[in-house]
Ligand binder design. Structure first.
Ligand code: ATP
Ligand code: MG
Length: 647
């Protein structure tokens, strides 16, 4: 379908139109969640192509996840645009590495190692750091931080000391030695890690003017989404791609910076105008995604941090008030959420329009169990689950084998179906539940992936499918399964659903217990902001007092909800009472001569018995502890009601 440049601009507001209608030159879009940043840059690319300013194959759009890249390609297709590269930094770099390695180094590019932890543990033993699993994880994370920050074993100790890194009590000199040992161990095995993909491309482009020129000849126009979470090595790679040119457009939201623990940061976004003095900066101030109630809650949570300077104005219709529910323990919370989801689906909400978001991947298990128990299909995003499932591993091995033995120019989905039938896949879903069904679903997702691949890339063969699977496995980008999405807050970035359940909004989880120091806590607040702003219509927060049934009920709701109780929950409470009653109250007080008691919230005199007992006007928002008490009471009523329902 031919979509003209004017049609492309017509679907935008004036600020977004400014972004889209000037496809050349440096540009920076700074705006809050759901304000249409991604939409504006997608339309910018479409407009650039439709107006003739861009050749599609000369455009590189960089997104944060493989799924976001796929979504951008889909959106572009709907605008009648094909041939634009939309990739993550990692996948764009990996492609270039495979292509240029033979020329730059010779031979085939090394493989990305599957077992990083083992290499870290081996290197740690050599430099005499005693480890357990948790320490290996911390060391691996620190190695990643050092590498994306482009530090070497020599520069690491000094920089790490300056910024106050603390790694499982290991002294920073030893940590520097670990870095060197890790690199040596890895090189000895002839493999590379995830970070090396970018670092090696940076090195190749820096060393070979010829290759750099070739890459710059291929891509002329650059767009980067979620730019607030770019790290040093990604920025360096982008600089090398762009060269001396200025056709780069970045978009981001400093309030959604959630990867600074891995070495990313908003300084590149906020410093963009300094690096490109002729850059245009555009602010978007309207939120198109969420109901006004959700926008208000998100604004309130951010305001607790002293920000935001710029408030988003909601454009969507009024929706239900966001709610906060309390549960006795984590499994009860999962069961409660699953029951609520079942009700929503029964009333017609598609499962794919519902998400359950949480802080840590470990939380997903309870929700997986609870949803499976009520027979609701789900998919887990951001966890390692899909690609570490035994049947998926076996399937990928078989598919890889099929590339070598013969590679017919294919219906590809049939060929994949044939291969996977040896693992028990058939075109019909088994009637069984449980493991058999789950395995079938995993394999079916692979078959559907093959079908998707041939619609986007007709003529794609087994080789391309396996390459796609490798990329997805590296990015933990599980193929789509029709169902409720389970995702960590980090994995939910940039996405949206009609209904969002945000679980575990309790101290210890949000902020997470290991977040020490004001900066780390503020990053947790931003993470909550990201979570809240994923919802279009309905937002349901929950928390559980204990981790396990019968465990110590020591948790409290998240500090980030302080000040948000008036936005959450019982909206009717705020509407009742009100100022009209106050003169009658004054009169009554004068008559009875009662001792003066004032409202803890607004300072007005209180004179009805119930107001005086409560300590605030009926119309004023409850205090934090009071809201907590209410939430607990509501939960007790709910659980005692639930107990009467036969199993
Ligand atoms: P995030 O910060 O979460 O990445 P974003 O700023 O990228 O959000 P988008 O995902 O582009 O926001 O847009 C949010 C939603 O609002 C999408 O569903 C999008 O289609 C819709 N939207 C954006 N702009 C408009 C508009 N001008 N008219 C109608 N809908 C819009
Ligand atoms: Mg976006």
């Amino acid at each position: 379908a031919a979509v003209g440049p004017d049609d492309i601009l017509a679907a935008l507001d004036p600020d977004q139109r400014e972004v889209a209608s000037s496809p050349l030159g440096a540009m920076c879009v700074l705006a809050g969640a759901g304000s249409g940043k991604t939409r504006a840059i997608t339309h910018r690319i479409a407009y650039g192509v439709a107006s003739g300013a861009y050749q599609p194959q000369r455009v590189l759009a960089v997104t944060f996840t493989a799924r976001a890249a796929a979504e951008m390609r889909t959106r572009l297709r709907h605008l009648g645009i094909a041939g634009v590269q939309a990739r993550t930094f990692h996948s764009a770099a990996l492609r270039q590495l495979h292509y240029f390695w033979p020329r730059a180094v010779g031979g085939a590019a090394p493989e990305i190692m599957p077992h990083k932890a083992a290499v870290v543990a081996e290197a740690a033993a050599r430099v005499r750091i005693s480890t357990d699993r948790a320490i290996v994880r911390d060391l691996a994370a620190e190695i990643e931080w050092a590498k994306v920050s482009m530090l070497t074993d020599e520069t690491y100790p000094e920089v790490a000391a300056r910024v106050g890194r603390d790694v499982a009590g290991v002294d920073l000199q030893t940590m520097g030695r670990l870095l060197a040992q890790y690199e040596a161990t890895k090189t000895g095995r002839g493999v590379i890690d995830f970070e090396d993909v970018l670092l090696l491309m940076v090195a190749i482009l820096g060393e070979s003017e010829e290759i750099a020129r070739e890459v710059r000849g291929q891509y002329r126009h650059f767009v980067v989404d979620e730019y607030q979470d770019v790290n040093a090595v990604q920025q360096r790679l982008l600089d090398l791609w762009v060269g001396q040119r200025r056709d780069v457009c970045v978009v981001g939201d400093p309030a959604q910076t959630i990867y600074s623990f891995t070495g990313a940061g908003p300084q590149y976004l906020t410093g963009f105008a300094r690096r490109y003095p002729d850059a245009r900066t555009v602010h978007l101030n309207r939120n198109y995604r969420s109901s006004p109630q959700i926008v208000e809650l998100a604004n309130t949570v951010l305001r607790g941090a002293g920000g935001p300077a710029r408030r988003l104005v909601a454009q969507s219709e009024t929706g239900p008030t966001p709610t906060l529910s309390a549960f006795p323990d984590d499994p009860a919370e999962a069961v409660g959420v699953a029951a609520e989801i079942a009700r929503l689906i029964e009333r017609g909400t598609p499962a794919s329009e519902i998400a359950v978001l949480y802080r840590t991947n470990a939380q997903s298990e309870a929700f997986e169990d609870a949803l499976a128990d009520v027979g609701i299909p789900y998919l887990v995003r951001g966890g390692e689950r899909f690609f570490s499932r035994a049947e998926v591993k076996r399937a990928i091995l078989l598919l890889r084998g099929a590339v070598r033995s013969d590679d017919p120019a294919t219906p590809l989905p049939d060929a994949v179906g044939d291969v996977l039938s040896t693992l028990g896949w058939s075109p019909d879903a088994p009637v069984a539940r449980g493991a058999v069904r789950e395995q079938w679903e995993s394999l079916d997702a692979l078959v559907r992936l093959a079908a998707d691949l041939v619609t986007t890339a007709p003529g794609a063969r087994m080789r391309e499918l396996v390459a796609d699977l490798d990329e997805r496995a590296a990015a933990q980008h599980a193929p789509t399964v029709q169902g409720v999405t389970l995702a960590s807050l980090h994995a939910a970035k940039g996405l949206e659903w009609d209904v969002v359940f945000l679980a575990g909004v309790a101290e210890g989880l949000m902020p997470i217990a290991m977040a020490e120091g004001a900066e780390a806590v503020e990053e947790e607040r931003r993470l909550l902001y990201v979570g809240l702003t994923r919802a279009r219509r309905e937002l349901r927060l929950s928390w559980a007092a204990a981790r396990t049934p019968g465990g110590r009920a020591g948790r409290r709701p998240s500090r980030f909800l302080e000040g948000a109780t008036s936005v959450l929950g019982d909206g009717a409470r705020a509407a009742r009472g009100g100022l009209g009653a106050s003169s009658a109250r004054r009169e009554r007080r004068a008559r009875t001569g009662a001792r003066r008691v004032t409202c803890a919230r607004c300072g007005a005199d209180l004179d009805t018995a119930s107001d005086r007992t409560r300590g605030r006007c009926e119309g004023c928002p409850p205090s934090y502890d009071e809201a907590l008490f209410d939430a607990l009471t509501a939960w007790r009523q709910e659980t005692s009601a639930a107990a009467k329902v036969p199993a």
